[in-house]
Design a protein around this ligand. Sequence first.
Ligand code: ADP
Ligand code: ZN
Ligand code: ZN
Length: 842
Amino acid sequence: MENQPYSLFSSAETEELTFFADLILPIPVPRLFTYRVPRGMTDILKIGARVIVPFGKRNGRVLTAVVARLHNSPPTQYQARYISEVLDEYPLVTGYQLELFRWMSEYYMCPIGDVMNIALPSGLKISSQSKVQFNPDFDYPELLTEFETVLLTELKKHPALSYDELERLAGEGGNVPALIKSLISKKAVIVFEEVKEKYIPKMIRKVRLNRNYEEREQLLVLLQRLEKLPKQQEVVMRYLSHIPMQRDPTLNQKGLDKTILNQDEELSQSSLTTLLKNGVFEAFEIIQPRFSDDSPASSVEIKLTEAQRAASQQIMAQFEHQNIVLLHGITGSGKTEVYIDMIQQAIGSGSQVLYLLPEIALTTQIVVRLQRVFGDKMGIYHSKFSDNERVEVWKGVVSGQFQFVVGVRSAVFLPFDNLGLIIVDEEHETSYKQHDPAPRYHARDVAMMLAHWQQAKVLLGSATPSLETYYQAKQGRYGLVELFTRFGEATLPNIILVDIKQEKKQKTMKNEFSSALLNALEMNMERKEQSILFQNRRGYSPYMQCEDCEWTAECSNCAVSLTYHQRAAELRCHYCGHKEDVPRICPTCGSTKVRTIGFGTEKLEDQLQIYFPNSRILRMDLDTTRAKNAYQQIIQEFESGQIDMLVGTQMITKGLDFDNVSLVGIFDADRLIRFPDFRATERAFQMLTQVSGRAGRRAGRQGTVLIQTNSPQQSILQKIIENDYKGLYEEEIQERQDFNYPPFSRLIKLTVRHTDKAISHQAAERLTNELTDMLGSSRVLGPEEPLVERIRNQFLYDILIKIERDKVNVKAVKAYIQERINDILTDKGLRQVSIVADVDCL
Ligand code: ADP
Ligand code: ZN
Ligand code: ZN
């Protein structure tokens, strides 16, 4: 180096050299932002690290950004501002994740900032909106600086303080980003974004011995000293019997529930108080873990059945030459056991495993089953968790604490870097697709990309695979393994169609109930077996109508009828949440004959209670499960056997496994089948098969399913009865091919919206024309008013773009669409139009 001509200048030059960082900001702007790196930061700043930066005109407004690129060319368009603080010395966002963000931004046509914003739990994103809370677990006050101590004392007085309030407290000289960073790294505070439903953790009060006694000698000295105080000695001995510190002193840190120590006598209570006062014991609190299950890990041996073992072996064999395998296993075949086997093998070989589940299934039985096997090696990632818990899983993945994570769709964003296996359970589930906000991604498809980059295998599982997936398997692009026997000699239920047209003619219907269903319910009650009733519509009844003039109650913001909710005695819009009082008389003609039409779960529950006054009935739908643990409570109560009937929406179709359910009743099947969408038949098959699968999951008695329909001869119903997935597939795939629908094409839906219908229409027309010019009219459908053409006072138009899989360069098409959209959005005449792209829309 010394001989190089530039060396004379180089030292001087590096001093002058300014570094810049291109940052991903969590805002919906489709570009990176360049910031200046302060001199002291150049050595520590790394790609993938989080930084705090000032943003916007207002002084003091800050955001957390992620470093995407480091370089030394200043931006030409604007004056770069300085980065305020680096949050990570070791990047919290991996290279794989940055790649994922870029890919998603391009593939799903949305700004990279939107991707990052969804990917990072808000506990990792300090911003002006952040709230800071004292961490009740914190017990190292000696680590704090004087100033931090003052601030922390202040924080303890409040449930939480906002970033702005901290600024005020810190005053002129205080560098709040640096302070928060320091307090976080000392685990003295918790940062979260204010959410609607704030998580209030349940605290357990614990005690542990003073750290001194973790040394064996000190402990002996203590016990000797307490010889004279037998009651206190007994308390310490009781502690040691639960926490065998003699064997492993570190166990002390976990401590013991306070209640265990002063269980019986009052005496131990006062002894404990004395011991606490004298500093022998210290008290502390921890947050109760969500799925507390005390049975130790690996206590449960999984013994696969013959069929399951065969399936597992076939999957392994196919993984030799396939990256993706579909496990097509009927309901109750024990797919979970096969997954557990695969997970154990992958973990054993040292790689990471991700197990994706649909949102709702995750709060329940499966997790408990998994936890019995994997214990605290398993991380759980759920959207109902608090920020703080999600941050812990995130960090646990980085640190290696969690080699295996079970999670909902957003778990694809966790910082894995060594995935060996991804399982997508119930791969057909539409809840894997995020609808709002952007990125509108499909977790199954993202999982496949992740696996591709990290050379991991993907196992898709379902009793009713999506047509897309099954098609790929049939084409040989995915492996296919079938598991067509139920566990433990249980058989699939007997499905019977009940012709309600006939019953109506014979006047044997009672409200919504056929006599066939009522009789079956009656018999089931007598046998003390449980029943499930499925109606995919919540509320009391979907319409309220005047008998005289046919006026119907509609939402004032959306073009939909309001649903009548009897319990709450109000009308509700299921699109925007608008609520209003029930009219006593018709607002148009003044008639008093305002009636409800149709029925939802609430009405069924009421009617059941009338027909079966002695039965215990529960309802499970969006309305009864809003509260934090409501879902689990309903399931537990039903599982305990004290409940006779469970009425519910599609929530009850997902993965539930009850021993004693032998009857399933299905209402309104025709409505599911006739839904105006090219996927309606597939959906109806999936939903009805899944809900039927809840019946007869134990050997001994075959379950029964009654489907109420107006036209029993419909071919899809026959296929459901025969569990003829392949028949359904053959029929449907032909139709998809004829009309060039997925899997033969990709769909992109563009939704244009504006509060002025004419402007919305104008923008949609223009976009359609421009797209048609380029793509041809066969590929561009619309603009069309969607089923609900007005939501929250915005008028909507949909444009559907169909692109053949093999013939067209999709990337180029997307780029072109994006350009056209940008043109319209920047057109002054079309101000405030919003256009949303939904790639691979469902
Ligand atoms: P699926 O997901 O395929 O519908 P599950 O995995 O829920 O089926 O299994 C159905 C029931 O059978 C569960 O209660 C499960 O515990 C039980 N089961 C399945 N396989 C086994 C096995 N090998 N050993 C013990 N129980 C099993
Ligand atoms: Zn009227
Ligand atoms: Zn509305």
